[in-house]
Design a protein around this ligand. Structure first.
Ligand code: AN0
Ligand code: CP
Length: 315
């Protein structure tokens, strides 16, 4: 693997998931692989899981890790070509990426969608610019359009927990007071399209995800019908894609409750976290034995570790 920017950078999902599960049994098996190699983690947005699990994954591989809170501690970067830089941006990505690449072997970047400029967000300008100018492997820790490390952890979790060969997996929208990006949902859709699953998306009208991503995936606008016979209920809020970045409704009828989970085939509850209790999901669901959110977060380490291992193998 050269870069991990999107789910499609995984060549053989089944094999990668299996390798990640094997790593979990012996996380320090490849402790020498990353010796004298440095991973640089750059954050333009907050994080708990991604930061700590990616750091832990690198440590398991024997790498050194440097973390930088880019939005607070560094110069504001310009990403446009040919701009007259007489505004608030102090440094161009062309220099910044090349300079950073001299200090490390792999760069990982978190840069959320603006949710104001659809075109720029869909071009994934921050992560793509790092890829273009750094000249070393780049890993996506959630970009404007995707969160492939989360999706890989989700695929690992479903593989570990499934009771039938082809489970029914439902991605459900749920309400949230703030406008959230589409990245987590996009990457989950992409990875479910590769997985042996009966996959259904449910959301209120107006919350359709990018059709270039959902393609011919089934969309069921009736959440209760979607939940019938589900083996996994994966919950996420996202803002409107059509009316880009807007919160169209915060309809609490879409909150995940015990009554709704009772319609499923004793489904496992999944969420990437952080989650707003009693807005997105009722306490009684997230606190139930069917909630696997903590295990899901645990698998972030092994998802990151298998990705870093594949990049190091290729170095
Ligand atoms: C972010 C999002 O929805 O993309 C990060 C999730 C991993 N969530 C929030 O901003 C609450
Ligand atoms: N799920 C996830 O990416 O969490 P953080 O935003 O805390 O990293």
């Amino acid at each position: 693997m050269n870069n991990y920017l999107k789910v499609k950078d995984i060549k053989n999902l089944k094999e990668v998931v299996k390798e990640a599960i094997d790593l979990k049994d012996n996380p320090i098996k490849f402790k020498n692989l990353g010796k004298n190699k440095t991973l640089m983690l750059l954050f333009f947005n907050p994080s708990l899981r991604t930061r700590l699990s990616t750091q832990k994954a690198a440590i398991n591989l024997g790498m050194d890790v440097v973390v930088m809170n880019f939005s607070k501690d560094s110069w504001a970067l310009e990403f446009e070509d040919g701009t007259i830089m007489n505004g608030t941006k102090s440094e161009h990505i062309k220099e910044a990426a090349k300079v950073i690449a001299q200090y490390c072997d792999i760069i990982a970047v978190r840069a959320f969608a603006s949710l104001t400029d659809k075109e720029k967000d869909e071009a994934d300008i921050v992560i793509q610019s790092f890829k273009k100018y750094a000249g070393i492997p780049v890993v996506n820790m959630e970009s404007a359009t995707s969160h492939p490390l989360q999706a890989l952890a989700d695929a690992i979790t479903i593989e570990e927990q499934k009771k039938v060969n082809k489970p029914k997996v439902v991605l459900s929208w749920a309400p949230h007071p703030k406008a959230l990006p589409h990245a987590v949902a996009n990457s989950f859709v992409e990875i479910m399209q590769l997985q042996n699953a009966n996959f259904v998306i449910t959301h209120p009208e107006g919350y359709e995800l990018d059709k270039k991503i959902t393609k011919n995936t089934t969309i069921e606008y009736n959440q209760k019908e979607a939940f019938e016979n589900a083996d996994f209920v994966y919950v996420k809020n996202w803002s409107s894609h059509t009316d880009y970045g807007k919160v169209l409704n915060v309809d609490t009828n879409w909150t995940i409750t015990k009554d709704k989970m009772n319609l499923t085939n004793n489904a496992k509850f999944m969420h990437c976290l952080p989650v707003r209790r009693n807005v997105v999901v009722a306490d009684e669901v997230i606190d139930s034995k069917n909630s696997i959110v903590i295990e899901q977060a645990n698998n972030r380490t092994y998802a990151a570790q298998i990705v870093l291992k594949k990049i190091l193998d290729n170095y």
